[in-house]
Design a protein around this ligand. Sequence first.
Ligand code: HEC
Ligand code: HEC
Length: 347
Amino acid sequence: MKNILIYIGCCVFLSCSSEKIDENNIYKPFEQPANFKTATYNFGGENIKDEEAVFNLGRALFYEGKLSSDNSISCAECHNQYFAFTHHGHTLSAGVNEALGTRNAQPIQNMAFMDTFTWDGALEQLGRQPMIPITAEVEMNSTFEEVKEKLNKDNKYISLFKKAYHSGKITEATILKALGNFMGMMVSNNSKYDKYIRGEEGGTFTEQEKRGLETFNNKCATCHSGSLFTDESYRNNGLSVNKFIPNEKGRQVISEKDEDFYKFKVPSLRNVERSYPYMHDGRLSSLKKVLDFYDSKVEDTPNLDPLLKNGDRLGIPLTDDEKDDIIAFLKTLTDYEFLNDPRFEAP
Ligand code: HEC
Ligand code: HEC
């Protein structure tokens, strides 16, 4: 309840300053980073009048409580910039009326390059993704009819939609496109690690970070691979079934195959220092616990990934020094420019 009250307080405060959106001349068109795979997201579209205006609209909507049934929960409630757009302090995300979801909110970053979304890959288009939170009972508990009605009564949105789209209309498609374009712009590629890879200033690794990178490459990078630190596959990494969430089946929910039971999408590790707690249900609270888990707590689950089973030895053997080194390396993935980028702050 306290959170909601603070949140309503913020909304009142923000709506006073909402006129500022257009004055903020901080928009930058999307740029494809050289060391990333090519973006799959398409920012364009026939109905788009002005891409910058679509971005500004998406930004306003991302921070808009009216997208939820009781006007209390915006996307940013569960996707907070400081924590790499995750839900701080929550293992499972709570939505309207504090209704508890079944999963830990994922970071929103580098979405433009991903082929699938959510922990089980329920969606393959970023532009469709926000349908889930807006309508899910445990998240925003609303409907598009309700959202359209509210936005159509708000002069700020009437004007923002007119600036953004030729049709000027407030529809499910124009709402989703704006949110998609806003999230697609959230690129994190200026961490110390990126600077190290590009040989730039600020990218000098300590001996420990170098050792950590090497151990990571040997022991973790098969799954957490490439510049996004995920191969986007679904795997079971040996977490026991969470008894408190009896209906969770992971990827099996989508594929309906037994062999996909309790497999989850390999998460990106960018900004992992800030995106705690960890795993699909947020059960591990620190990076130290994650490494202890891989070293000695991996369970012989039915679909355990073969990489995590070497004869009788489950998991990934790691000495204490190796754990410290890997954590030092993982912290080089923190991208302060992204986490403080004013373009992604509340308008
Ligand atoms: C009540 C908390 C909550 C709210 C509100 C919420 N989300 Fe989420 N979000 C989550 C959770 C939990 C997941 C993981 C869902 C899953 O795996 O089933 C998620 C996943 C996502 C993803 C997928 C990320 C990835 O790496 O695949 C995107 C994109 C996203 N949310 C965008 C939004 C947008 C846009 C809004 C507002 C319209 C929103 N979310 C509102 C909790 C929330
Ligand atoms: C066999 C593939 C595989 C290997 C090898 C692997 N991981 Fe993972 N990792 C996963 C999967 C799958 C998840 C998500 C599991 C879940 O939530 O159910 C995950 C989750 C994580 C998370 C939590 C991230 C988050 O946002 O919640 C961290 C941190 C992590 N792994 C680090 C590592 C490190 C460090 C290593 C090497 C010591 C490693 N992983 C090796 C597949 C792997």
